[in-house]
Design a protein around this ligand. Structure first.
Ligand SMILES: *Cc1c(COP(=O)(O)O)cnc(C)c1O
Length: 431
């Protein structure tokens, strides 16, 4: 399968090249040249398919012959070694829990899949190492570190701002060792991001094969369509139209859901639920794309005012207002509404939602009011223990910390401290 740049000013590339480059040379996001329609027989049989079967059959067309089928199946099996339970929170309202991976972040799936694809291409192509370079403000770093641990031929270098990530997040980056290096930067997340960007364009580093692992990478984005197939399999027997609500930041998850629909998945409507960073909602109202300054909120993984994947959604709807309106809605909620929702969900259903899931729940409820004959699912994108303070504020108690996280709290942190770009340059050239 080939991929083209959504800026239309760069050559088409293979799946491997799209992964390694991350972004096209014209700064556009890559998008598949074709979207395969799945046969009716796939949807007729979906009720009895496993997660691995669904994932393998839906991702195959996007990779074609670049990875042999048995290798791809192994990659999918290794990626999906945890569950995605669909929990009924209220009548006709379900939570799809995406937080059972090794770092309790839904980003685990994309990171694990990308790592394994890159590992395959490394073993079977050039013998040159890839260095994955990422800046993180929190969850991405942990998911990438865990996903790429022990992957042959791949070194991972993660930059994070000193004192600005939580203790759990810092330990997820700094305790693994092996092929994972953490650089603690005396600066902000934006400083980290700027250093990473500079390294990608630094001629003096051209001997090093640098790769990015941020969420626009095709190999992190595509696997997210699986969640929607899993939800459909589990809700199909209701016979009702399905609404999927995604707590949205960079709009990667929801864009992957729309891609699944383009392949034939019968999801009726998509809801982009956001916090007060509501660029897309305002765009749908007056067709004017006008990002404001980002406002910090309790659902901080969605504090994004210029969502990078929105161009992929515009592409799929042909940038057409009617096409958007036919199946896409967006709603925005304040921190006060988010806390109230967490409280209400717990008191009515005994369910502990994290602040992102709560925003998804609120958006779903609004859409169910408009389409009361439907059934709905919201994506629960993070384990509540990652947002202990907010859960405590809303519910009056701290959520339980699973063993997978509590054990790293005892491990020692190992990192290198840098204060500017020359520190990063030196690290990359000497290691
Ligand atoms: C990354 C993230 C989101 C936003 O997902 P997008 O695909 O960027 O819209 C939502 N919730 C949590 C917890 C996240 O980490």
């Amino acid at each position: 399968m080939n991929y083209f740049s959504l800026n239309h000013n760069a050559p088409d590339v293979s799946f491997e090249q799209a992964i390694v480059k991350g972004l096209a040379p014209d700064r556009g996001l890559y998008f598949p040249k074709e979207i395969t329609s799945l046969p009716d027989s796939f949807f007729e049989a979906i009720g009895s398919k496993s997660n691995v079967d669904i994932a393998f059959e839906t991702i195959s067309p996007f990779i074609g012959s670049e990875i042999p089928q048995d290798e791809l199946r192994r990659i999918v099996i290794e990626t999906l070694n945890f569950g995605f339970p669909l929990v009924e929170v209220e009548k006709d309202t379900y939570s799809l829990e995406l937080f059972h991976g090794p770092t309790l972040a839904f980003k685990d799936v994309g990171a694990r899949f990308m790592a394994r694809c890159l590992g395959y291409f490394n073993r079977n192509g050039s013998d040159q190492k890839n260095t994955v370079l990422v800046a993180t403000s929190g969850d991405t770093g942990g998911a990438v570190a865990s996903g790429f641990l022990d992957v042959e031929g791949v070194e991972v270098v993660i930059l994070y701002p000193s004192g600005k990530v939580s203790d759990v997040q810092e330990r997820q980056l700094t305790t693994l060792g092996k092929n994972i290096s953490a650089l603690k930067v005396d600066g902000s997340f934006d400083d980290c991001q700027a250093m990473v960007k500079r390294a990608f364009t630094d001629e003096s580093l051209s001997d090093i094969r640098l790769t990015s692992a941020n969420s626009i990478n095709i190999a992190r984005w595509l696997p997210q369509m699986w969640y929607f197939f899993f939800a459909y399999r589990d809700l199909k027997k209701s016979g009702k139209p399905i609404i999927a609500s995604c707590p949205s930041g960079n709009f990667g998850n929801i864009a992957a859901g729309i891609l699944a629909k383009k392949m034939g998945l019968p999801i009726d409507r998509f809801v982009a639920s956001t916090n007060v960073n509501d660029t897309v909602l305002r765009f749908l109202e007056d067709w004017n794309y006008d990002p404001h300054t980002t406002i910090p909120t309790l659902s901080n993984a969605m504090d994004v005012s210029d969502p990078s994947n929105f161009v992929r959604i515009r592409e799929m709807y042909g940038n057409d207002k009617t096409a958007f309106a036919a199946e896409f809605s967006s709603y925005s909620f304040s921190d006060g509404e988010t806390l109230e929702a967490m409280k209400a969900i717990f008191s009515e259903s005994n369910y502990v939602a994290d602040p992102h899931g709560a925003v998804g729940y609120l958006g779903l409820k609004k859409e169910l009011d408009r389409f009361p004959q439907s059934i709905g699912v919201f994506l629960e994108t993070a384990h509540p223990c990652k947002f202990t303070d907010t859960v405590e504020k809303a519910l009056g108690f701290a959520p339980e910390i699973p063993e997978s996280v509590s054990h790293i709290l005892k491990l020692d942190k190992k990192y290198h401290e840098i204060s500017d770009y020359s520190g990063l340059h030196e690290f990359l050239t000497n290691s």
